[in-house]
Design a binder for this molecule. Structure first.
Ligand code: HEC
Length: 473
């Protein structure tokens, strides 16, 4: 008898903390289901409100999320829960919404329920800007993409996407734009009718997109679920979902081959997806490429892993690694400035963890200079018609490097003390557009010859600007 009692007491002690943990987890989940599901989805994938999962808000501070839930977000549909939820209830919800989404599903039927064809009227009269000098400006703070005449720098129209960190795409004929959001939303905007045509949600969390050269297929690369969704751009219907069995690094259109190139963050493989036959060829590389660029000849892919310890040169013809180089603190390759000088081709790229601009000679694959910068930059840009490279430095300063001497020769400071980031040029390279990357930000336009400011357009966190001819991402 005594023995049994001991045993039961022992079990009780052992199981107590476990139960407590389970209770708080379910407690947060139950409270979430009662209060938040209607707008944020029962599985937290997002409906009218954004997804609330580790992948999207996991890195946010508890205090900030608590504040949002308590006070709501003014002038949006996010209500305040000050009166209806106690502090400990909010705390339980916060810890629940920071957990990862368990094996998320987002299938063709889910995509189709979100598909909406718009009957919005276009602009009248219809503007006729020089489309080859046309810009899209992504206003991150408002979740909008603006359409801008690049000759006069006037804004013509905009479309709302929601959470967006960049990367809208033009099709090759400059007839349509595809605006992709972080949460899987894709908006098609017709640049001849000047109106939104429709939208759909292709995934829960999206990395980036690519358009086929003929403009018929849009490939959306999702990290949740881990797949590529191919969309018929005419009907805005998904035609195929390709499971990736890994986290996508990037997707890119190979124009010369009718192929989407896909890299991974966690698999040392590169995939070729032929968009007509849908044949996939997979080949082994020496490390996962979380980030890469393809040189203009489309023969070589230059990739790096998330650790950024080494740069690998992949020959897309032989499908073999032809060279590996030691890296310098996480090169940011997707934003490399590629240019020709004296018959040779170069790529200049920043490093996410080192205040350096590395200049590499392409095809020889040798680093010719590491230019020391004021701070760690993210985007490097140049244009054939100018003899400088412009680079942001994680500060209020854009530094300007001479292409020949590789010395810093100038700088611009769009607003003292405010972060200046991302540079894009007009088609002719005469003007540079720089973002003040703040909530009370702006796009500041400089004459590249005199460095005089030409115009300043206010935006709430203008994360990127994309010129139809330069369209470098
Ligand atoms: C009536 C709809 C609605 C309800 C109910 C609702 N939300 Fe929201 N929530 C929204 C919308 C819409 C947004 C996006 C606002 C914006 O445009 O920035 C949002 C944004 C948020 C954000 C900010 C997300 C980010 O990425 O910045 C958090 C956190 C959040 N909600 C948590 C909650 C929680 C927790 C609950 C339940 C206690 C809840 N919401 C209930 C509509 C709702």
């Amino acid at each position: 008898m005594k023995r049994i009692i001991y045993c039961a007491a022992f079990m009780l002690i052992l199981s107590a903390p476990l139960n407590a943990e389970l209770i708080t987890k379910d407690y947060g989940k139950d409270l979430y289901r009662q209060n938040c599901s209607s707008c944020h989805h029962p599985e937290r994938y997002g409906v009218s409100g954004p997804p609330l999962i580790a992948e999207t808000i996991g890195k946010r501070k508890d205090a900030e999320l608590t504040e949002t839930i308590k006070n709501g977000l003014p002038s949006t549909n996010m209500p305040s829960f000050k009166g209806s939820l106690k502090d400990e209830e909010i705390a339980a919800i916060v810890s629940y919404i920071k957990t990862p989404a368990p094996s998320p599903k987002w299938e063709t039927k889910d995509i189709l329920t979100t598909r909406a064809i718009s009957d919005r009227k276009g602009l009248s009269p219809r503007p006729k800007p020089d489309m080859t000098n046309f810009f899209m400006v992504v206003e991150g703070g408002k979740g909008d993409v603006h359409f801008m005449d690049g000759d006069t720098f006037t804004l013509l129209d905009k479309a709302h996407v929601g959470a967006i960190h960049g990367g809208p795409k033009f099709d090759n004929k400059l007839m349509n734009a595809y605006l992709g959001g972080r949460d899987g939303w894709v908006v098609k905007y017709d640049l001849t009718e000047w109106r939104e045509v429709g939208r759909l949600r292709a995934g829960i969390n999206t990395r980036n997109m690519a358009v086929s050269t003929d403009g018929k297929i849009l490939a959306v690369a999702n990290t949740l679920p881990e797949n590529i969704v191919l969309i018929n751009t005419e009907t805005l219907e998904p035609t195929r979902i390709i499971n990736l069995e890994g986290k996508v690094g990037a997707i890119y259109t190979l124009k010369s081959k009718e192929v989407f190139v896909i890299s991974f963050r966690d698999r040392a493989e590169v995939w070729f997806l032929e968009w007509n036959s849908l044949i996939i060829s997979k080949f082994q590389v020496d490390q996962p490429f979380s980030d890469f660029f393809i040189e203009p000849g489309e023969r070589f892919l230059i990739g790096t892993s998330r650790e950024g310890k080494q740069l690998s040169i992949l020959d897309l013809e032989s499908r073999k690694i032809t060279k590996s180089l030691e890296g310098e603190g996480m090169p940011h390759l997707a934003s490399a400035a590629i240019y020709k000088d004296d018959g040779k081709m170069y790529a200049a790229f920043p490093h996410i963890e080192a205040p350096t601009l590395t200049v590499m000679e392409l095809y020889k694959w040798s680093v010719i200079e590491n230019v020391k910068l004021k701070g760690t930059g993210f985007f490097a840009r140049t244009h054939d018609n100018i003899n400088t490279i412009w680079i942001d430095t994680g500060s209020d300063t854009i530094q300007i490097v001479d292409k020949r001497t590789l010395k810093i020769v100038n700088e611009v400071v769009p607003a003292a003390g405010k972060k200046a980031m991302h540079i894009e040029f007009t088609k002719d390279g005469k003007y540079a557009l720089v973002s003040i990357w703040e909530n009370d930000g702006a796009v500041v336009i400089y004459d590249t010859a005199t460095l005089k400011e030409i115009k300043r357009l206010p935006f709430m966190k203008p994360v990127g600007k994309y010129n139809a001819t330069n369209k470098k991402y």
